[in-house]
Design a protein around this ligand. Sequence first.
Ligand SMILES: *Cc1c(COP(=O)(O)O)cnc(C)c1O
Length: 360
Amino acid sequence: MRVYNFSAGPAMLPLAALEQARAELTDWQGSGMSVMEVSHRGKAFVACAAETEALLRELLGVPSNYKVLFLQGGATTQFSAIPWNLSAAGASINVLHTGQWSAKAIKAARQQDLTVDVIADEAATGYSTTPAADGFRVDPTAAYLHYTPNETIGGVEFGYVPESGDVPLVADMSSTILSRPIDVSKFGLIYAGAQKNMGPSGLCVVIVRDDLVGRARPGTPGPLDYAAMAESDSMLNTPPTFGVYLLGLILAWVKESGGLTAMGERNRAKAELLYRAIDTSEYYRNPVALDSRSWMNVPFIGARPELDKTFVSEAAEAGLTNLAGHRSVGGMRASIYNAMPIEGVQALIDFMTDFARRNA
Ligand SMILES: *Cc1c(COP(=O)(O)O)cnc(C)c1O
């Protein structure tokens, strides 16, 4: 029996992709082996990786002057790899600080020989807002501007793409990639851990403009050096083969579902339905500013916090799992990534309404 899994990550994956993976798990493409058992340098897997990349390029509209890299170590490793690759020693970088994930990116950059200028910090609102589009000044000499389009823990999302002039814009899209169309040409670098909207953990996708490749500081470890990874088609060492394969199946599902425009419409409808239910309820509340509400991660607080644990456990019994808020913030959080159908959101709303009626 499948549940509606509201986990922030690893998250629910599309059933069609899982079923295809199951069907061909023990004998992939007539090889008599699973995809996990074939050589990553063999014809079949090299073709699989190339198809996955081509599909990602097609769906996201990645221009030809960008590299697509399939890396390991999650988004967290990129918090260090990005400054290593994109900034000279002693350079300064600019950061927009909007929550716990941007805080981690800042902390990792500060471990290197860099000046990290936080040019907007939403601390005053408890990180329940994004800065106004004209509310910060990007230093034109900065090596890059880093931001987190969707803060997975706070449920805070930018409603716009920051303007950074000639300074390369770097975006941690771990919890928003593939949720709607984007204009990749506005970015110098996009990175995303796979386990929210793209597949299993263990794979991290980096999309980087050509002019930013080949500038890694001396001493950058090979597997983190974008030039070394690009030159080897992300196969400097053994890539996360199963993750690349499953990403391919999930991208095929996205394409069959109508591509990113259709995904965006579905995700908008799901988010609007859930926020409307919260806003019209007297029991629940969402703490995020209206213009910064995430389509993907929806935190909410009940009027009686002492009942949060009961909410989470009763919901799980009803087949609605992983609704506890992040351990650092409490309350509840529903992550409604691409694979969550609108029926799951409606089932959650029905449960919420019933719970409020019983406990108000
Ligand atoms: C989940 C997440 C990360 C961390 O990803 P790992 O793959 O666990 O390193 C980083 N940034 C954001 C926005 C996330 O949602």
